[in-house]
Design a protein around this ligand. Structure first.
Ligand SMILES: [Zn+2]
Length: 565
């Protein structure tokens, strides 16, 4: 039956258009369901005021033609801003309740906060590693969907308001919604928060669920996939030449039985798609609330089937501006282009619902740390930089007795701009919640660990010593130096680093976690920020942070990952 429909739709009569025609269908025989999808908001709740303005227009249009709007999100909702992180994502759920979301997928970063409370990973058997996700699900007026997250013994994962799928009725049309997340999820959050779950292949989770929903009467199936792809142009949905063919969501669409799934709302890759693959419409609209996706299901009300799907290109909510430009709650912060020939209005309900979150984040962001820097501390994820040196020097200064601090360049996420340094500035530099870890290591062991990291492409940032790497007999060798003099390998060093590196992240201290003791009382970010006022004078004089290019702390014989012929 579905196959016949697909063949029908290969004819020019129902060929997709990149812009939905208005009116999309004649009243009485067809119903239009506009599927609107967001993804990877990463806490940028301020963008939702403008998204809502677009939604209001679309909802009015669908009311007028007796259709409806389905609003979904493909995951990674809440990790990334003070507005969201200070409440472990409560602000995002409150905003989504305000906008009337119908369902969301759980993405990898939904696991980042771990158990409810300050610790982001379970510390005792009593800690629930998915406590925050479950708490947010209980607050949501829409379900969290996770069909490919199963318990260790293979059952569906079903805490209150979390389930594999759901059915919503929009304008009298039953639509089955299924959520899945990328199979790389355990490596893209702290894997300790996934110990009670297994991530199953997407296809294996979707097919039986979609077949069941169809049998129960669902007219259309929409998959919310926190798995993505990438296309570069959005003029012709059937032109796949500008798309990355091997991406996870494209592989999924190609493997699906024809006619089973109508639309995949994708995510995770922070890119955009508005295309059709193997008869399945895939939409994805960047990240951080910059844009939304739209696919209009045209449903034949007499046969109760989807006749075709109109695909819209990703719609920018703020007329070309980046998420950084929208980071204001002012109603004139952006000027969206007209949408469907109507003026897009700012919806102040989001700001009203989040009044307390915004005030708390603002106060914290503007808190002065008692030092003014006069140059830009630029950052790099690949090499030594003034910003990373500031972080690693502060880490050592904040840790009593530490001889050496080790950090990974990719952990520094922003530049520090000239001017009075605020909490918000430092938060952007080190947004992560992981704690610090200490160990007593010999210089020889530390040198071997650094060599291993360099081979894996990690640039270790160092405080308290310098390192020179070279190739010897086909392997990377690292020599540690203090004040210019090589350090005997048996020298004992008190080392402080991050929980991420200590647990084997980035390959530096691989298989060495037993050597480290975690300092659980505060996240590393708070430890570092707490040291800024105490170290103000040394920051200004350049003894802490900064980068002397004439005397790099790490000397390398070639680019990373370091390969010795
Ligand atoms: Zn993601």
């Amino acid at each position: 039956m579905r196959r016949g429909l697909l063949l029908l739709c290969l004819t020019a009569a129902c060929a997709p258009t990149s812009r939905p025609a208005e009116p999309t269908a004649s009243p009485g025989s067809f119903t239009t369901i506009s599927v609107v999808a967001t993804t990877d908001l990463h806490g940028r709740v301020e963008a939702l005021s403008w998204l809502s303005g677009h939604l209001q227009i679309l909802r009015e249009l669908r009311r007028a033609d007796r259709g409806g709007v389905l609003l979904v999100d493909a995951g990674d909702m809440w990790q990334g801003t003070l507005e969201s992180n200070l409440s472990e994502g409560q602000a995002v759920v409150r905003a989504y309740n305000t906008l009337g979301y119908d369902a969301v997928a759980i993405g990898n970063h939904e696991f980042d906060f771990g158990p409810v409370g300050p610790s982001t990973v379970p510390r005792t058997d009593a800690d629930n590693p998915t406590g925050v996700i479950e708490a947010r699900a209980r607050e949501a007026r829409f379900p969290f969907l996770a069909a490919n997250l199963r318990t260790r013994d293979g059952r569906a994962w079903t805490p209150p308001n979390i389930r594999p799928s759901t059915v919503v009725t929009v304008a009298g049309v039953e639509i089955g919604l299924i959520g899945v997340t990328t199979t790389t999820t355990p490596g893209a959050t702290d894997p300790r928060n996934l110990v009670r779950l297994q991530v199953r292949p997407l296809l294996e989770a979707i097919v039986p669920e979609a077949e069941r929903l169809r049998q129960q009467g669902a007219t259309a199936i929409v998959v919310l996939a926190h798995a993505g792809g990438r296309c570069h142009t959005f003029v012709d949905p059937d032109d796949l030449g500008n798309c990355t063919a091997q991406s996870e969501v494209f592989q999924l669409a190609r493997a699906l039985p024809p006619g089973l799934v109508d639309v995949i709302a994708a995510g995770h890759s922070h890119q955009a798609i508005a295309h059709r693959v193997n008869g399945v419409v895939i939409v994805q609209a960047f990240n951080e609330g910059r844009a939304f996706s739209r696919a209009d299901l045209i449903v034949d009300t007499r046969s109760g089937r989807v006749r075709t799907v109109h695909i819209s290109p990703p719609q920018l909510v703020c007329n070309g501006r980046t998420s950084q430009d929208i980071d204001s709650w002012a109603a004139d912060a952006c000027r969206p282009a007209p949408y469907e020939s109507r003026t897009v209005r700012y919806d102040d309900r989001v700001a009203t619902a989040l009044r307390a979150d915004i005030a708390r984040a603002q106060a914290r962001r503007e808190q002065l740390l008692g030092v003014t820097v006069t140059t830009r501390y630029w950052h790099s994820s690949r090499e030594e930089s003034p910003a990373s040196n500031l972080v690693v020097d502060l880490l050592r200064a904040a840790t009593p007795g530490a001889d050496v601090a080790v950090y990974n360049a990719s952990g520094t996420r922003a530049d520090l701009r000239p001017g009075p340094v605020t909490y918000g500035d430092m938060y952007e530099l080190v947004p992560f919640d992981s704690v610090t870890a200490t160990a007593s290591l010999t210089a020889g062991t530390l040198a071997d660990a650094l060599a291993r990291g360099l081979g894996r492409g990690t640039a270790p940032m160092l405080s308290g010593l310098e390192a020179t790497a070279r190739c010897e007999a086909g392997t990377v060798r690292v020599v540690l130096l203090r004040e210019g003099r090589p350090m005997p390998p048996e020298t004992r060093l008190s080392v402080v680093t991050t929980e991420f590196l200590a647990s084997g992240g980035a390959g530096v201290f691989e298989q060495m976690q037993d050597a480290f003791t975690l300092q659980l009382d505060r996240p590393m970010r708070e430890v570092i920020i707490g040291a800024v006022p105490r170290e103000a004078a040394r920051i200004v004089s350049g003894l802490v942070g900064g980068y002397d290019t004439a005397r790099p702390r790490l000397r390398l014989p070639g680019p990373l990952p370091l390969r010795c012929p």
